[in-house]
Design a protein. Sequence first.
Length: 346
Amino acid sequence: MKAIVIHEYGPPEVLRYENVPDPVPRQGEIRIKIHATTVNRVLDVSLRAGREQFRGPVLPLIPGVDCAGVVDAVGPQVGRWRAGDRVAAAGIMPLQTCAEDGSGYHGPKGMMGIKRPGGFAEMIAVPACAAVAVPKHLDFHHAAVIMRHVPTAWNLLMHVAELKRSETVLIMGAGGNLGSIGIQIAKNVIGATVIAAAGSDDRVKLGINLGADYGINYNTQNIRDEVLKITGGKGADVLYDNIANPTILPIAFRAIGMDGRLVTAGAHAGPDVSIDFSHLYHKRITIRGRPGFTPSDLPDCLAAAADGKIVPQIDQVLPLSRAAEAHRLIEENGGQGKIVLDPTLG
């Protein structure tokens, strides 16, 4: 099969599009013919550049921390999945063989694309317990994006922040992937009041178009004053941030109201940010960081997407052979949506 392989760290050109042996599913594993995998700024681009050594990648490596496609083979002792099933897989999973439901496994785990071969390939073998069914009416490109960002945002808002329908949430980075997904979960799934904050009018407009009730351009407006105005002086119940902008976040933090919560799964612009400790204790604010997701939420995330409640933003879909170009685009432009690689495209 064809795959993207990293033999050495460096610029996008180190990504080699080459022939590698087809994966053979072991006991308790399935093989997926991949139709979509996403390109991620940290876990793919930064990893390829050699800046993620603390994660323990071992070269040569097929990157790609998510995928969606069709089961084309099953290993021994797998009865749940059959050839032709539509599935997706992502994130941390067993590295050794295990039961198809993962029960009784106590061995090492790691992320696909870092600790085991990833989704930048025509096929991948993964533990059967790591796969989740893709609803009939959800295409593979969107399913792959859902697997990457929606479970994290879902976990932050549903379980960590415990956002309620009667509350107001301030979403930072409204034009980014986690921000845009957070807006849709907060509004379309939970039913909360949503304030979208971003650094440009275009990105604020995107947040409004995705369902936010209010928008704030924090480069032209004082975000604290605007939130207090919107909430009648009460402040936001939840501040959802995955950027840690050292200039803006301290101001936004002071817009959190009594018994408010700040939740995050990222710090791309940080990590060092100052906060007003007097505001922290006077308002009894809770700060919680929680990367990753709760596996049992995956079917709900995919179902919400199939129902149109969550529409992930896709910037481009490129053939797998153009992975290096995708990496360059992310490094140079960032963009407002995901780049998806599709190995089935010529």
